[in-house]
Design a protein around this ligand. Structure first.
Ligand SMILES: *Cc1c(COP(=O)(O)O)cnc(C)c1O
Ligand SMILES: [Zn+2]
Length: 412
């Protein structure tokens, strides 16, 4: 919290002290999402980007000057961050872009980017001495919170929609969470969690969008992409979008790095939504928000009532970026292509980002010589059913070498 000045409402601009239990702006209600405001002048005077490279703090904590937690405060033992930025030259060629990297967030402790937000959530819960942390989630925010809570000795109470992928629910149960599988949509799960938390004053609220600190954790993914590329950012960074927190955080990373003088330009951000769950893309295009559907195989971005659409829209605009939409077929195709050409196994919501890149090259948004980093936001192992659906069946053979010879396809 060295450099945190206060919290500021994205709607009315009113400011509030950065208390660990702050949620939304009391004057504006649930849409009044609060933004953490940092003292960038002080950071650029006192901090040095080389210190970050050599930081003794591990994982995402190396970004302490840009994080809303106490440098000496309590933290959970799980350590997100430092995921690999994998060069993907064969996928670059297949998609028709100049250079391409995949930020493989499937390598996080619980195998999704959400671990970056949960680490902040648990640090805040420990700061206030809460014993229980609660959230609603499409799946990954929940499994990451459950893992981080298990590591820190806290109880997690989780509300997931019935569409949550089995692998994610399995993680929740293994991590010992109290799991409510809501027989309804993610929007229903969110509402129910909000009501339950309101009745339990001792519970720490890790609801995406509502809690202003989480998105700052997601920001570290963008900060790392800049560091991984030795502060020479790509032309585009591609991020799939559900609630809008991830893309808002990643866009903010580059805007902040430019502001403190650690990079010299901000990459354009391409937000990707599923055609069946497109509320933020529509708000971007029309400047009017309306809730939408949750109809996609990409459960991680199936969000009908996104909480963070204002931050997502304004930040993507600030980078000169835009949105694209992808169908479930395009997502399956991108999952196969990514796996075959890079060895990175993407869950549907992560494959959506690759599909969005493919779409953007066809639409002429991203050019042939452009350099691109795609955030692969979660591991394909979380949703094996969808992966097999995308990739098809194995060759079934009788246990004889003749059967293998007969079935062996030509090398391509
Ligand atoms: C949550 C999630 C996203 C999108 O993040 P939002 O903050 O909801 O926009 C993308 N991919 C995966 C795998 C996710 O779990
Ligand atoms: Zn307000």
């Amino acid at each position: 919290m060295q450099y945190v000045k206060h919290l500021e409402c994205v709607l009315c601009g009113k400011t509030y002290p950065a208390s660990p239990t702050a949620t939304t702006c009391p004057a504006c209600g649930p849409s009044g999402i609060l933004d953490v405001v940092f003292d960038y002048d002080a950071i650029s005077h006192r901090e040095d980007r080389d210190e970050v490279i050599h930081s003794t703090d591990n994982g995402l904590w190396r970004w302490m000057p840009l994080l809303p937690v106490e440098p000496d405060g309590p933290r959970g033992p799980l350590l997100p961050g430092n995921t690999p930025l994998v060069p993907a030259p064969r996928l670059a060629e297949a998609l028709g872009v100049g250079r391409l990297w995949l930020k493989d967030e499937g390598r996080a402790p619980t195998a999704s980017l959400k671990d970056r937000a949960s680490a902040i959530g648990v640090a805040k819960a420990l700061e206030v001495g809460a014993r229980t942390v609660a959230t609603a989630s499409t799946g990954n925010a929940a499994s990451s919170l459950a893992g981080a809570c298990a590591a820190a000795g806290l109880r997690s109470v989780i509300f997931v929609p019935k569409t949550a992928a089995e692998g994610k629910v399995a993680q929740l149960l293994i991590f010992g969470a109290t799991v409510f599988q809501v027989q309804g949509s993610y929007a229903d799960a969110f509402r129910l969690a909000t009501e339950a938390i309101a009745e339990q004053p001792g519970w720490y609220n890790r609801l995406s969008g509502i809690n202003p600190y989480l998105v700052e954790g997601k920001k570290t993914c963008g900060l790392e992409i800049a560091l991984d590329l030795n502060w020479k950012v790509p032309d585009w960074v591609v991020v799939s979008v559900g609630d809008g927190c991830t893309v808002a955080g990643i866009a903010r990373a580059f805007i902040e790095l430019k502001r403190i003088g650690w990079i010299d330009r901000v990459p354009r951000i391409l937000g990707v939504q599923a055609a069946g769950s497109r509320a933020i893309a529509d708000a971007f295009a029309t400047e009017r928000y309306a809730p939408g559907g949750e109809d996609t195989i990409a459960d991680g971005i199936a969000v009908g009532e996104p909480r963070n659409w204002i931050k997502a829209v304004t930040r993507i605009k600030a980078t000169g970026g835009t949105f694209t939409l992808v169908t479930d077929d395009e997502i399956r195709e991108a999952m196969r292509l990514t796996g075959r050409l890079t060895g990175v196994f993407a869950e549907p919501a992560a494959g959506a980002a690759v599909a969005g890149l493919q779409k953007a090259t066809v639409q002429g948004i991203i050019g042939k010589s452009d350099s691109v980093a795609v955030v692969v936001s979660g591991s394909g192992l979380k949703d094996v059913r969808r992966a097999i659906e995308a990739a098809g069946a194995p060759l079934k053979v009788q246990p004889t070498i003749e059967a293998v010879r007969a079935a062996l396809p030509p090398m391509n």
